[in-house]
Design a protein around this ligand. Structure first.
Ligand SMILES: [Zn+2]
Length: 276
C-alpha cells in the first residue's frame, strides 16, 4: 500500500501540473471509486469548471483544495497509482478516473483492485469523514517526544500496531513502521507502555529520516509494481530498506538474520540482536 513517502512523491508530481489549472473534463468508469461520495453524481458536477488551488496531503490522503470551498480527496488504497498524460492519451487497463485540465493534461487514477477512492466534499461533509480526524502528519506535524510520552503510558498495544494507527500519527504503513523501529532499536512487538522516555525519543526521532530517505528515492515500488511514480518510473527505495521484506537476510548493522513475525495481523520484520 502506498505510504506517506509514496503519496508525497505523487503529490509533488501532481502539484505543478494541477495547481492553477481549471478542470475541463471528468470521466469515471467504475462507480466503486466514488463510494465515499455522499451523492456520487455530485462528483463530476462539483469538479467541472473548478480552479485547482492547491494539492496537499495529510498522511496517506491527497487533499486538494478547489475553488468554491470544496475539498477533493484521493486515497490510493492498496494498489492505486496516478498517471500524468497529455489530453486524449491512451488509457492503460484499470484507469477508472480521468480528470482533464484546460492546460492540455490529464490525471489518470489507475486502480486494479479498486480499494482506492476519490470524493469532493463541502466543508460540512468533510468534517463528517473519518479522515477529518487523522492524527498529526508524520512528516509535517510530528509531535515532540514529550507529547508522545503520555500517549504511550500504560498502553498494552504493540508499538508497531500503534504506529500503524492513522489516528495516532498519520502516514506510516507496514514498510516504514518496520524501518522506523529498526532505526530506533525497538522490537515491533513491544507493548507501547514499556518504552522508556529515551526509547520514545529515539523512536520519534527516527520517523523523519526514514520518511525523508523514502522520499529521496521516490518511494518504494515492491515487485508487483503496483506503485509507480506519475511518470511511470518505479520508486527506488526497495533496495535500501533495512528490514522490511528481508526475512533471513543479514541485518545491515550486525549481520544477524532478520526475523519475520505477525503482529496485529501484519507481517513485521526485525533484527533480534539490535532491536530490544
Ligand atoms: Zn541488527
Amino acid at each position: 500500500m502506498p505510504e506517506l513517502p509514496e503519496v508525497e512523491t505523487v503529490r509533488r508530481s501532481l502539484a505543478p501540473v494541477l495547481e492553477g489549472a481549471t478542470i475541463s473534463g471528468v470521466d469515471v468508469d467504475h462507480p466503486r471509486m466514488l463510494r465515499r461520495q455522499p451523492r456520487p453524481r455530485d462528483f463530476r458536477d462539483r469538479l467541472l469548471g473548478r480552479l485547482i488551488e492547491s494539492v496537499g496531503r495529510h498522511g496517506k490522503f491527497l487533499i486538494i483544495d478547489v475553488d468554491g470551498d470544496l475539498t477533493w480527496v484521493i486515497h490510493l488504497g492498496m494498489s492505486g497509482r496516478m498517471g500524468l498524460e497529455p489530453s486524449g492519451a491512451d488509457r492503460v487497463p484499470h484507469t477508472h478516473v480521468v480528470i482533464e485540465t484546460d492546460q492540455g493534461r490529464e490525471m489518470h487514477f489507475i486502480d486494479p483492485r479498486t480499494f482506492g477512492f476519490t470524493a469532493v466534499y463541502t466543508p460540512e461533509e468533510f468534517e463528517e469523514q473519518p479522515f477529518a480526524r487523522l492524527g498529526p502528519d508524520a512528516l509535517n506535524q510530528l509531535p515532540r517526544y514529550t507529547r508522545l510520552v503520555p500517549r504511550l503510558e500504560g498502553r498494552t498495544i504493540a508499538i508497531k500496531s500503534l504506529l500503524l494507527n492513522q489516528y495516532f500519527i498519520a502516514g506510516l504503513g507496514n514498510i516504514y513502521a518496520d524501518e522506523v523501529l529498526h532505526r530506533s532499536h525497538i522490537r515491533p512487538g513491544r507493548s507501547a507502555g514499556t518504552l522508556d522516555r529515551e526509547e520514545i525519543r529515539s523512536l520519534r526521532n527516527a520517523i523523519t529520516p526514514v520518511l525523508r530517505a523514502g522520499l529521496r528515492w521516490g518511494g518504494t515500488s515492491l515487485s508487483d509494481l503496483a506503485y509507480l511514480l506519475p511518470d511511470g518510473r518505479a520508486g527506488d527505495y526497495l533496495q535500501r530498506l533495512r528490514v522490511y521484506g528481508r526475512a533471513g537476510e543479514p541485518c545491515r548493522r550486525d549481520g544477524t538474520p532478520i526475523e519475520r513475525s505477525v503482529i496485529g495481523g501484519r507481517s513485521s520484520f526485525w533484527c533480534p540482536t539490535c532491536q530490544r
